[in-house]
Structure formats: structure tokens, C-alpha cells
Write a protein that binds this ligand. Sequence first.
Ligand code: BGC
Length: 444
Amino acid sequence: MSKKEFKEIVFPPGFLWGAATSAHQVEGNNTNNHWWVWEQEGGHIRDGSVSGRACDHYNLYQQDFELVRELGHNVYRFSIEWSRIEPKEGKWSEKEIEHYRKVVEALLERKITPMVTLHHFTNPIWMQDKGGWLNPKSVDLFERYTRTVVESLGDLITFYNTINEPMMVAVMGYLLGLHPPCRTDLAEFFTAGKHLLMAHGKCYSAIHETVRDRGFKIKPQVGIVKQIPYFAPFNPHSEEDVKQAKLMDDIVNRWYLEGIQTGTVAPPFGSGEKLDYLENSWDFIGVNWYTRILANSTIKLEAEQKTLPQTVPEGAEITDMGWEVYPEGFYHSLMSVKKYKKPVYVTENGIATLNDEQRCRYIIRHLYQLHRAIHDGLDVRGYMYWSLMDNFEWAEGFAKRFGIIEVNYNTLERKPRPSAYLYRDIIKRNAVTEQQLQKYSVSP
Ligand code: BGC
């Protein structure tokens, strides 16, 4: 490819650039949630680890935010841990609320915009004991927790994510049984999905109402964070593969997004009931993106196989998670939300790899596709790499490293990888240069 075919890509003015984490994956000692309990049972986490003190971000956040500032980020996405705020049902911890106030203040002091996630996979033990997301009361319990957070911190926060990847919570926890509570029951999957949709809607209005009632001088922006994998047929000529890809897309992606847009809890999760508080309950859409999933109908799964009937093509580049690297799919998933006419933030996109050069290439190639979507009319306002630092990758443990900052788990030392400096350079210019595109052979 000749040099002149590459052209610098420039992002919109005021673009938010940063990285994301979640409480349980980085804070350490979140002893009061259902993941912690599950980890202690043993035998569940692939590399034999438990979250333990993780990155000790709970204590080291000031130092971490110094690094974030040095790396030029202007936004930081993180989650507030429900089990810390409400350790027992209806009992609120002033100490932990104060902690998160300090966290938010520490960001603001450094001119880093906080983007706060209210639920990122973990439930307080007491909430799980009451049936978790299967209990219809989970919706109101989540709403009450939301109100408490916003009453205490709402004068400082503009950006809220209600629930991180609700459909992954439902799929992994209730359909495939790979995350706690490890259920594999279709009816429970539908029930959990329905409550996770309703909880989003209630959370959305709770935030807006609380900010208004308290007279906070802030205009909150509230959105869902939805992982939108790109589903496609393994064999585009197979009717069955096409059908399966569409089914997966409908169930995992469309049902939830359409639910928010229309306010309807459509079958098979609900019975088509219309909920006023749910309709149009988003100010923006948070998109998490990792990979393409190719539906392969020739794969017959055994009952105990905990996966979807999918294939990674021969010879494809894969990540340490075994996921296909397919940047073009990012473009398609992004464009699939254009019809909702909402601002979009990429709330997660990243790669687990021990090869940082592969991470650099992944970032550049995905930013190229992101820019394509912007060029084609999608209103994208920010990008957050997953993750700021290596962390506890759920059922995979600590072996999978997603960070642009490397963490030494013995000494807790942080060391930005070369990708962190490449990213800093992009942020500084608000652009990816021709040379960078050329180096990673991103075709125009
Ligand atoms: C989650 C993160 C997770 C990442 C990589 C997303 O599903 O929100 O918590 O670490 O993907 O698996």
C-alpha cells in the first residue's frame, strides 16, 4: 500500500478520552458481594486466583489518578460498589459514601471527568440471598440504592451508567452458568433479563428526580452500558447460520435496546407490557465492544457445554481470551445504534494480551473503525479503553491482562506500557496520525 493512501483521522472537538475499571476488579477486599463468596468456594476461577486485594485501588486511587492525569486522560469510568454503600439491607455506610466522595473529588481536582457506573456485575450478599435478579423486588432495591448514591454525590457527578452489560449478567449468570449464581435455566434467564431492564428504567428516573428534588446545579447524563457483540453467520450461505446469528443478535442485543427505546418488555422476557418510566430512558448509549461472534449451526453442543454455538475462523488473530480480533465488527455494532439518535460513548474496548505491540495495533485499528462510524454520521463523544490497569478478570482471574498500565501483583507497582504512551499521544493530538495508521497497516 503506498504511503499517500493513509490519512490522519481527527476526532470531534471536546472528545472524551480515557479508560475504565470496575470496583470489584481493581479495588480489593470487596468481601461483601456475591462474587467474593463464589470465589471463596474454590474451583471456579480458571487460574486459581481470588480477587483478594486486587490492585488495591481502594487505597491507591490518588496515586492512580496522578498516572491518569499524566497519561492525558480527561475522563475516568469506574463503578461504585453497592455492597459497600449498603452493607446490610437498608443500612447505609456513611464511611463508604464518604470514600466515594473523595474519589470523585480527586478526579475533579485533576480535571478528569468522572463517569460513574452504579452496577458492574456484583450484588451485595444480602441482595443475592433474597434471590438476586430473579426477585421482582430487586428492581426497587436497586432504585433505592441509586437514590442514596445520588443524594450524597449527585452534586458532583454528570455522567452515570446505570447497569454495566445487563445482558451479560443474564447470559453468564442464568443461561450459561459461567458466573454466579451459575444457573442454566431459560425461564430464569428471561426473568433476570426482564428485571435488569426494569431496573435500568427505574434507575434512570431516580437519578433525574433526585438531582431535581435536591436542586443540584448539574444536568445529569444517564445511559445504559451495553455490550454489543457483532453477531454474523459463520457460513453466510447457510440459512441456519444466518437464522442463528439473527436470533442471538435479537436476544443479546436488540431486545434490551428496543426495550429502553419503546418502554416495552417484549417476549420472550416479558409479555409485551409497556412501562412509561422505561420509554426513552437514556440520554446516551454506552457501547462496550470486544469481538465478533460467528454463529455456526453445525456445532451441536452437549448439555454440559457452557458456550454458544460459535466458531473462530481458522487463522484469525485472537486475543488471550480466545476472542477474534475483528475491528470491522466494531463499526457495524456502533452503526446499529445510530437509529436511536442518541450520543454514543464507547465505554469499553480493549484486549487481553501479553504482547503490548498487539495492544497498540488493536487500539489503532479500532479507533480507525470508530472514526469511520463518526464520519458516517454517528454522534460519538468519547472512548474509554478497557482497562486502565491489569485487573481481576472475573472467572478468568488475574492471568488475563487488559491494562495499558501493567500491575505487579506482588509489589502493587504500576508501570504504563508503551500502549499507554501511544494512547497519550493520540489524546494530545485528538487524532491518529498517518504514520500511526501506516505502521499498523490500517487500510483507508
Ligand atoms: C466487562 C468487564 C470485563 C471485560 C473483559 C466486560 O464484559 O464489563 O468487567 O473485564 O468485559 O472481559
